[in-house]
Write a protein that binds this ligand. Structure first.
Ligand SMILES: Cc1cc2nc3c(=O)[nH]c(=O)nc-3n(C[C@H](O)[C@H](O)[C@H](O)COP(=O)(O)O)c2cc1C
Length: 387
């Protein structure tokens, strides 16, 4: 059973709440303002943020198939969708992250869904609902930006993954395969790891993770292509949090069969199914998403318990798969709980809208929780876990 750790609102959190209130009618603007906060964080009086270059929470993730190891300044990764463009990647180190997944990128530029706004905030639940629809600048532009910033990002303690997805709207199977393989190959040249997003609920397309036959084909082709490259890099599949145990098992079986290194559990939760989550807000009140039918997903606090159960299932049944936990992580104690279950890192997104300098806060909480358990660093903790 997952614990719902509460945090005391700091003055920064209260200031964030005020900003959300003032810009209540401009949710896309509020959402986009993250990049400005990241950029100017070191210069904001009283609320400053700088990269975490201490060694306390450093984490090195190694792979049995000798894929390149991943070096995280700390195990808190900014999840895909927060920096879709891959511009100014290093700014996110100011916010305390030890890694970032940029994108999701598709083969060509995409405008995403055309209705506005495509994002809404549920204050009471500390949740976000969105129907962005994979807007992005195309994988070539994104990869070129990653390439030019990667060394600097590493110096700031950031490990950089690239998320790619199949272009929505393609109908021919061969064309779909060609599309995702091209995106994968372009992203592979630059990313420290590659995340295959097979679970976006808001493009209106049928999700790949629900089509076992096609998923099998995609992952077999991707891993075949990977074997032709000189350098072996880790490949993660990002799955939906709404999969039944049977569907999850089927997918995990095929991912392990083809040697995929790990999974990100998980993506936004399809909004139409939000009654499955522990939420007070009724579906009917999400007017933003309803303009576009059910093409939307929910993120934030209400996802945690469901995600926690799925992660426990994967760790118990597929111990060789690396797991990055994602969904409602908003406290350092939650991160420790997940690390104790054996996840290699955590990803989060919504929390940055509700907690000022969320990754810094969670780093402090995690460091404190480690100390309370008798560990001076994450390395100590890992050594104890291995015994
Ligand atoms: C506005 C918004 C846009 C997102 N865009 C993407 C995306 O492009 N690709 C992706 O894999 N996940 C995307 N996500 C999902 C997040 O990466 C993450 O999986 C999800 O929000 C759950 O984590 P959280 O509860 O910490 O927010 C998006 C989430 C939000 C709120």
């Amino acid at each position: 059973m997952a614990n719902s750790y509460e945090y005391k609102l700091s003055r920064g959190d209260k200031m964030l709440a005020l900003i959300r209130k003032v810009f209540h009618n401009y949710p896309e603007f509020r959402h986009d303002s993250l990049k400005h906060v990241a950029r100017f964080a070191p210069f904001i009086p009283f609320f400053s943020g700088k990269p975490d270059l201490s060694q306390t929470l450093q984490r090195v993730v190694t792979f049995a198939d000798h894929s390149n190891s991943l070096y995280f300044g700390n195990p808190i990764i900014l999840a895909a969708g927060a920096n879709k463009t891959a511009k100014r990647i290093c700014d996110y180190a100011n916010m305390g992250f030890g890694g970032i997944t940029v994108g999701t990128a598709t083969r060509n530029v995409r405008e995403g869904n055309t209705h506005r706004p495509r994002v809404g905030f549920i204050e009471k639940e500390r949740a976000i609902h969105n129907s962005m629809g994979l807007n992005n600048d195309g994988v070539e532009a994104i990869a070129a930006r990653v390439d030019s910033q990667l060394i600097k990002a590493h110096k700031k303690g950031l490990c950089v993954g690239v998320s790619v997805a199949e272009t929505p709207g393609l109908t021919d199977e061969e064309e779909k395969i060609k599309d995702i393989l091209e995106s994968f190959a372009i992203a592979y040249k630059v990313g420290d790891y590659i995340e295959i997003n097979v679970s976006c609920p808001n493009t209106g397309e049928s999700r790949l993770d629900l089509d076992t036959r096609f998923s099998e084909r995609i992952f077999s082709e991707i891993m075949k292509l990977r074997s032709t490259f000189g350098v072996r890099k880790a490949v993660f599949a990002k799955l939906s949090p709404d999969l039944s145990e049977t569907a999850l098992r089927t997918l995990l079986d095929l991912l392990t069969k083809y040697g995929v290194n790990g999974v990100v559990i998980g993506n936004t939760f399809p909004t139409a199914k939000m009654t499955q989550l522990n939420m007070q807000t009724p579906y009917e009140s999400l007017k933003v998403l309803r303009q576009d039918g059910d093409k939307g997903g929910l993120s934030g606090r209400p996802l945690y318990e469901n995600m926690f159960r799925s992660v426990a299932f994967v760790r118990q049944n597929y111990p060789k798969l690396k797991v990055m936990a994602c969904g409602g992580i908003d406290h350092g104690y939650k991160i420790l709980e997940l690390l104790q279950m054996g996840v290699c890192a955590v990803q989060c997104y919504s929390v940055v809208a509700f907690r000022w300098m969320a990754a810094h806060e969670m780093r402090e909480e995690l460091t404190y929780a480690l100390k309370a358990n008798g560990f001076t660093s994450l390395r100590d903790f890992d050594a104890a876990m291995e015994q």
